[in-house]
Design a protein around this ligand. Sequence first.
Ligand code: PDD
Length: 280
Amino acid sequence: RTVYVNGDYLPENEAKISIFDRAFLMGDGVYEVTSVLGGKLIDFEGHNRRLKRSLDELDMPHPAVLDDLLDIHRELVRVNEIEDGLVYLQITRGAPGDRDFAYPDPDTPPTVVLFTQSKPGLADNPVAKKGIKIITVEDLRWGRRDIKTTQLLYPSMGKMMAKKAGCDDAWMVQDGFVTEGTSNNAYIVKDGKIITRALSNDILHGITRAAVLRFAEEAQMQVEERNFSVEEAKDADEAFVTSASAFVMPVVEIDGVALGDGTPGAVATRLREIYIEESR
Ligand code: PDD
């Protein structure tokens, strides 16, 4: 696989990053994941806008390479022959040459890394036909979840707690209300109404979320952006999650409680179809 590191396209085993890199030592980096369907990038502009916002919120300078990111994405998709899959992008505050809690001089060159992952048949993921089972866990992350940082240890722990419980993923809960999934936004459906937490610093402002809510409204579905509790979720008719890598993924069980008849719901299934159709 060919990867991109600080201006160079290299075979992955020749790519090198400093041991003093701020993301390695401090989790001081931001990232984006953009899906590729049929060789085409999905929502590149949305991901690019959110990337700039993440950089701004962390006072990270905008590297000149920001202007070339679309070309770099396309080049990696081309050389790695990605039909379906994703492009991962990470920008860190660079490698100042020592460990220090204070940010380095703003002139320190950032580290910019991109690589692809191939996922053949992404749109026909058989998991979407069965749906996923989730558990709920307390949301123990920091208070700026709207910034897409590389500090992903707690979401990773949540995913492992789910696996240990024989489930696929975890929804995180704060004061009794669901914030989001470990790496996706969370939704329930009750009496035909789609309910999802409103945007704030508590959740990532999902690019897929924005697209799916737009498609839902275009399809005359009702959408309500508000908090929902774990109890309300267990009592819902259906549920689903959205992310760049999962698209729309039905949830069929929450903490051992089956939703509806325990199969993917009609709203989630329809939204998945629309999302894939519109993204091709
Ligand atoms: N995760 N919430 C969290 C905590 C996420 O990590 C993600 C994305 C989302 C959905 O955002 P979007 O629709 O823009 O992908 C919500 C990516 C896919 C990841 O970490 O791999």
